[in-house]
Design a protein around this ligand. Structure first.
Ligand code: ADP
Length: 211
């Protein structure tokens, strides 16, 4: 099972990715965790990305894609499945992820899209800020991350829909209920014939101008 997660901050992407990882016994690749780990270990990469993280800005694609290539290569050696959480976050990352995965023979079976209202997302992120003290969970930065999501990440959903791999789940319920529906939806998708990979040409089978 190969899954990409697309969801606004606070939708429970990390929680659901952990459930998927355990259920299908596949590695959970979380870009935010990998980045925060670099910052905590004070690596060169960590020093380069700390400011982006603290401001809720996106880390440069080159850094992210190098990290993802390594993680997918390791996932291939571990059996070929994965759940990718936090990547792609831009259309450029979506295309780059697709090209890397295609080269490795492991393009995604499912793009899992979690949805929730802005009010609920703000509420959850503010609650998390009280417990986790993440440097990017302050109100201004949270609003900025949400705005970025709708501007640059959400348009990717249309591409996955067009490719026939999109599965959308309403995340406005307790995590356990969401998990139940996520697993059922992924198993149903796994039982369907797999959509064909688009040719990696300039058009990308991608027309975002439509409704
Ligand atoms: P959330 O989805 O709750 O915002 P994440 O842990 O996924 O949290 O990401 C935290 C931060 O890490 C982002 O705000 C951004 O600075 C950085 N980051 C994570 N993934 C990416 C990515 N794919 N591209 C650019 N920056 C990223």
């Amino acid at each position: 099972m190969r899954v990409l997660m697309v969801a606004p901050p606070g939708a429970g992407k990390g929680t659901q990715a952990a459930v998927i990882s355990a259920h299908f016994n596949i590695p959970h690749i979380a870009s935010g965790e990998l980045l925060r780990d670099h910052v905590a270990r004070r690596t060169e990469l960590g020093a380069a990305v700390k400011e982006h993280l603290d401001r809720g800005e996106l880390v440069p694609d080159s850094v992210i894609m190098a990290m993802i290539r390594d993680a997918l290569t390791a996932a291939k050696a571990a059996g070929g499945g994965y759940v990718l959480d936090g990547v792609p976050r831009t259309m450029a990352q979506a295309k780059a992820t697709y090209l890397i995965a295609r080269e490795l023979g492991m393009t995604a079976d499912v793009a899992l899209h979690l949805t929730a209202s802005d009010d609920e997302l703000l509420r959850r992120l503010q609650a998390r800020a009280l417990v986790e003290h993440r440097s990017d969970d302050t109100e201004d930065v949270i609003r900025h991350r949400l705005r970025l999501y709708y501007e640059v990440t959400h348009p990717i959903v249309a591409w996955y829909r067009r490719r026939g791999i999109l599965v959308t789940v309403d995340a406005m319920r307790p995590a356990k209920d969401v998990a139940h529906e996520v697993i059922a939806a992924l198993e149903a998708k796994q039982a369907e014939p797999r959509a064909e990979d688009p040719a990696p040409d300039d058009g990308w089978g991608l027309d975002l101008s439509g409704p």
